[in-house]
Design a protein around this ligand. Structure first.
Ligand code: PGA
Length: 247
């Protein structure tokens, strides 16, 4: 299975910096794309310009959220259709920062996933436990419950497992822990979705960087990486993508 390397810029990036970033990505060797799919998720305001910069390349674009509603009276929100029109193919949904900052529930994430799919966007639904849940040995049941609550019927997208304690902390989960949790997620996906769940890519996220990407991407059941901080540097993201094992 080809691995997907997705950069999540979070609330970072400026108009003045995207041309140079795009130029570096465009210079990536063609061989990289035989092993990896590359996706960049900038803030929505930079999407259209980045799409122009990357037009004609193999690099795909996504966003970090979308509304659960279609176009209409929802001040401040962006519909999946608008984002799709500006160049997005994917949308990250239920990232832990949104679950915490905006109190997003599993049910809201599920509704957003439905709206995204209707507009032709592929959702990447994030799940992951916090440190207390890990320490009290309930991480697996927490993640299973998130999947049960967040995935709509017939969900066709990707999952990102992001232990909250490993996001932006420099602390990465051990490969054995990642392998174990990805097995748990795989089993739950098969229960919920049948064959679709057996084939679904499960990304790992949480302090993925050039120095640990090779080990993480070699871990069984890891279908790619969701990269935050390290994706802000195009060279680092390309180094991570070069560790992908695809085919
Ligand atoms: P990080 O973020 O790589 O900076 O830990 C990952 C994420 O939150 O998607």
């Amino acid at each position: 299975m080809r691995q997907l390397i997705a950069g999540n810029w979070k609330m970072n990036g400026r108009m003045g910096s995207i041309d140079a970033y795009a130029k570096m990505l465009r210079a990536a060797p063609a061989s990289l794309f035989s092993k990896a799919d590359l996706l960049i998720c900038p803030p929505a305001v930079l999407l259209y310009s980045l799409a122009a910069d990357l037009a004609g390349s193999k690099i795909m674009l996504g966003v970090q959220d979308c509304s659960a509603h279609g176009d209409g009276a929802h001040t401040g929100d962006l519909s999946a259709a608008m984002l799709q029109e500006c160049g997005a193919k994917f949308v990250i949904l239920g990232h832990s920062e949104r679950r915490v900052d905006h109190k997003e529930s599993d049910a809201l994430v599920r509704h957003k996933a439905i709206a995204a799919a209707q507009a032709g966007l592929t959702p990447i639904i994030c799940v992951g436990e916090n440190l207390i849940e890990r320490d009290t040995l309930v991480a697996e049941s927490v993640v299973r419950a998130q999947l049960q609550g967040s995935l709509p019927d017939g969900f066709a997208g990707l999952i990102a497992y992001e232990p909250i304690w490993a996001i932006g902390t420099g602390r990465t989960a051990e490969c054995e822990d990642i392998q174990r949790m990805h097995e748990v997620i795989r089993a739950e996906l098969k229960t919920l979705l049948g064959q679709g769940g057996a084939d679904m890519r499960i990304l790992y996220g949480g302090s993925v960087k050039p120095s640990n990407a090779e080990d993480i991407l070699a871990t069984p059941n890891v279908g790619g990486a969701l990269v935050g901080g390290a994706s802000l540097n195009a060279a680092d993201l390309l180094t991570i993508a070069a560790c992908a094992r695809g085919g």
